[in-house]
Design a protein around this ligand. Structure first.
Ligand SMILES: Cc1cc2nc3c(=O)[nH]c(=O)nc-3n(C[C@H](O)[C@H](O)[C@H](O)COP(=O)(O)OP(=O)(O)OC[C@H]3O[C@@H](n4cnc5c(N)ncnc54)[C@H](O)[C@@H]3O)c2cc1C
Length: 390
């Protein structure tokens, strides 16, 4: 049975970074991943371009992690989003920043990020075993025994980075929760987070339209971000963030032009009296959406009674969209809930009950918004979990 100082189960961003820091600190390290390749979920983020982190301040990053972000203060004091950016630059990856502080590789290819992480693990002497699913973990006489279908390994330290339960086709099927329960650690209730919204709306007409910085409102909650109409309803950051505040049965409102007031729009329509409504709207939003809104008014603005223009502006500023539900956990981007943080030392990410057992990434009860915040949490907790050695 081969011995390692550290074994890491799960080769997502948390596991890869844990393998890097563990190897960096001189630990004989093994990273075990069941997929053929590392970072399958990571590769699909940011529309396949890999939204590797967010460039914001600590305050911005905390605001991006609504699910127990405060637990991470200690982690971020050791390794934060700026360290992620420096890490990739130092390892020859040119990065670029886009809207809302989202950071991507300049190549626009996830491969660039994953290859850089793989190369660093290899350079530092870490070993990687892919196509190997861990099926059981035990601890006896201060040693962890890790078994796959065909092999067994031992280690003094075990890091669990198996991810959550969303998008199980990427490999994250929740095995880490079983490990936690095996060691009698509490796992909080698992729920869908960052879920696309199902709506009762003319999906076909609007499918594929994406909008930049529009505002979704539901009661006291107002979210201004990008939005995407899909064949089932709404996706994109604004919808995913709104999913924390709705469950189905609400009517949310969409402000298509949050930067223009009702009165400013009224003035614009008055100044464009000789134009068709459709053409005025087209200058403000995607053509297909303008067509959809202007459908009931084929005539020129001057031919439409003023109260109807007012109604039209109200529709543009507060389009009612009935929400019928949310996507399931499996089809949501992130898992809310996980290994209870009360059981974990925030400085080392080690279990308070079981010495040598660490958790990092989405398996923990931490959930963040898309936009690089989950990946930041995964990479930073991964680094910290890997950095502790005995
Ligand atoms: C479509 C999509 C888009 C997203 N976009 C963003 C975004 O833009 N920004 C953002 O911040 N977050 C985004 N996320 C979330 C983000 O990708 C995850 O939070 C992040 O990947 C979690 O990292 P992790 O290392 O904890 O787990 P994962 O990336 O899930 O990796 C866990 C790994 O463990 C392996 N594993 C599990 N069980 C075993 C086992 N028994 N044996 C061996 N290996 C095992 C899995 O195969 C997997 O590779 C997105 C998620 C999805 C699904």
């Amino acid at each position: 049975m081969t011995y390692f100082d550290t074994i890491i189960i799960g080769g997502g961003p948390a596991g890869m970074m844990a393998a890097i820091s563990s190897s960096f600190y001189g630990q004989k390290t093994l990273l075990i991943e069941k997929n053929r390749r590392l970072g399958k979920k990571l590769a699909g983020t940011g529309g396949g371009r890999c939204n590797v982190t967010n460039s914001g301040t600590l305050e911005d990053v905390m605001a991006g992690i609504p699910g127990n972000g405060r637990f991470l203060y200690s982690v971020f004091s050791q390794f934060d989003n700026h360290d992620i950016i420096a890490f990739f630059k130092d390892n020859g990856v040119a990065l670029k920043e886009e809207d809302h502080g989202r950071v991507f590789p300049k190549t626009d290819k996830s491969k660039t990020i994953i290859q850089a992480l793989e190369k660093k693990i290899a350079e530092l002497g870490g070993q990687v075993l892919t196509q190997t699913e861990v099926v059981s973990v035990k601890k006896r006489d201060e040693l962890f025994y890790v078994k796959s279908q065909t092999e067994s390994f031992t280690a003094a330290k075990l890091i669990v980075t198996t991810g959550g339960k969303s998008y199980p086709s990427t490999g994250s099927t929740g095995f880490g929760y079983e490990i936690a329960r095996h060691f009698k650690l509490h796992v909080t209730d698992l729920e869908a987070a960052e879920s696309p919204l199902l709506t009762d709306f003319p999906h076909k007409a609007l499918q594929g339209i994406s909008l930049t910085d529009v505002t979704l409102s539901c009661g006291k909650h107002h979210i201004t971000h990008d939005l995407l109409f899909t064949h089932f309803g709404l996706s994109g950051p604004a919808a995913l963030r709104m999913s924390s505040f709705v469950s189905g049965g609400e009517v949310i409102e969409l402000d298509l032009l949050p930067d223009m007031s009702h009165d400013e729009l009224l003035v614009l329509f008055e100044e464009s009296r000789d134009k068709a409504i459709k053409n005025v709207l087209k200058s403000l939003m995607p053509e297909r959406l303008a067509d959809f809104i202007a459908q009931p008014f084929p005539q020129k603005i001057k031919q439409v009674p003023k109260h109807q223009i007012t109604e039209l502006i109200e529709r543009v500023k507060a389009m009612p969209i009935p929400v019928t539900g949310k996507m399931s956990l499996a089809k949501s981007f992130v898992t809310k809930g996980g290994v209870d943080l009360k059981e974990i030392n925030p400085k080392t990410l080690e279990s308070k009950k079981v010495s040598g057992l660490h958790f990092a990434g989405e398996v923990l009860d931490i959930n963040a918004h898309t936009g690089g915040f989950n990946i930041t949490s995964a990479l930073c907790t991964g680094w910290v979990a890997g950095a502790v050695h005995y």
